[in-house]
Design a protein around this ligand. Structure first.
Ligand code: ZN
Ligand code: ZN
Length: 357
């Protein structure tokens, strides 16, 4: 019995050692299968019909390993829209197996850099990775044309190289870059329908991110389900008007307690200019409790926090971030991270939350 055990252990040791020594060739032998499996899978095929909200960036300009620059993907039927595209959002979409070539459009909330600085990479992946024949439409308040012009200019040489190298069939030059779809910022109390097709209606309304103007949020209605994405705003009466009765409110939030602690740290380090900036940013964002008050005012069934400021680098900080939220809003809420998926299947009241990354 003892001998058999020793032989078994010896055999296991040899096998483990072999696997370790040949780990490179083993990984290489499996690689084509893994690549094939990933390339033939799309997250979009696995989602229920209805509204699906996927955070491709739950953060802000401040680096947080769990939260890239702001990006919210809305999948409704055959349609795929992004709200903003911040740093790293294109890579998050790739990791989540969302084919960027199928993006119907990007809806820009405002022109702060953190909401647009992932666009270059996203447009490239949509074009070269997706063999698009049409540029990606960029919807946004008037002024979005300048962003499109600038992006197309920055990548004008890249456009030449890619098609020259891979050929028109693979990388059609007509699909490079973006095309602007501007709309006038709606006055408070008014909304603009900017897309209405296949049962999906997208409405823009203004929010309050002074001195940043224009600044809008978006409402999505599809098959009886609805989602509102706040964009950057302090607590906004206008948002509350247009988010009435929404199933899901996706709202930005900045914790004044935590940003106050950052300011104190910056002062201690003698970084007075940084402290001035962290003090300034408080006045044009909503606190988590204010976002919760808006969720309560509109009767939302679920509140999803995104554009989370500051980074929640330690788990206990999340508890500080949501302090007081349950008192202001009785419904369920989620502190978003990259890869948070909220599904609202058509023909039901159901809301499911999954973490995909
Ligand atoms: Zn922002
Ligand atoms: Zn902003």
């Amino acid at each position: 019995m003892k001998k058999a055990l020793i032989s078994l252990l010896a055999l296991l040791t040899v096998l483990c050692l072999g696997a370790y020594l040949f780990r490179g060739p083993i990984a290489l032998a499996l690689m084509d299968r893994v690549v094939a499996a990933r390339m033939s899978t799309s997250l979009l095929d696995q989602l229920p019909d209805g509204l699906n909200v996927l955070l491709c960036g739950a953060g802000s300009p401040l680096p947080d390993p769990k939260r890239s620059g702001p990006c919210t993907a809305i999948i409704a039927g055959d349609h795929l829209f992004l709200v903003d595209s911040g740093t790293n959002s294109s890579r998050i979409l790739s990791q989540l197996q969302v084919p960027q070539g199928e993006i119907d459009g990007v809806l820009i909330t405002h022109f702060h850099s953190d909401h647009i600085d992932g666009l270059g990479e996203m447009l490239l992946n949509a074009w070269v990775g997706g063999s698009r024949t049409q540029p990606v439409p960029l919807y946004g308040p008037v002024g979005v044309g300048k962003i499109v012009q600038g992006l197309n200019q920055i990548y004008s040489q890249d456009k030449v190289y890619r098609t020259a190298h891979h050929g028109e069939d693979i990388v059609p030059s007509s699909g490079a870059g973006a095309v602007a779809r501007p709309f006038p910022e709606p006055a408070p109390g008014k909304a603009s329908v900017i897309f209405d097709d296949d049962g999906l209606k997208i409405t823009a309304f203004s929010v309050d991110h002074q001195p940043v103007e224009p600044a809008v949020g978006y409402r999505f209605d599809y098959k009886g389900r609805s989602v509102v994405v706040s964009g950057d705003t302090k607590k906004s009466k206008n948002l509350e008007e247009f988010a009435q009765g929404t199933d899901l409110l996706v709202h930005e939030a900045l914790s004044r307690t935590l940003v106050g602690a950052m300011t104190a740290g910056a002062e201690k380090a003698g970084r007075h200019k940084t402290a001035k900036i962290t003090r300034d940013i408080i006045d044009y964002h909503a606190s988590p409790v204010e976002a919760a008050q808006s969720a309560n005012a509109v009767g939302a069934d679920h509140l999803l926090f995104y554009h989370i400021v500051p980074p929640l680098l330690l788990a206990p900080l999340e508890a500080v971030f949501v302090e007081g939220v349950s008192d202001a809003y009785p419904g369920p809420f989620t502190v978003g991270r990259d890869g948070t998926l909220v599904s609202l299947p058509a023909g039901s009241d159901e809301i499911t939350v999954e973490q995909l990354l």
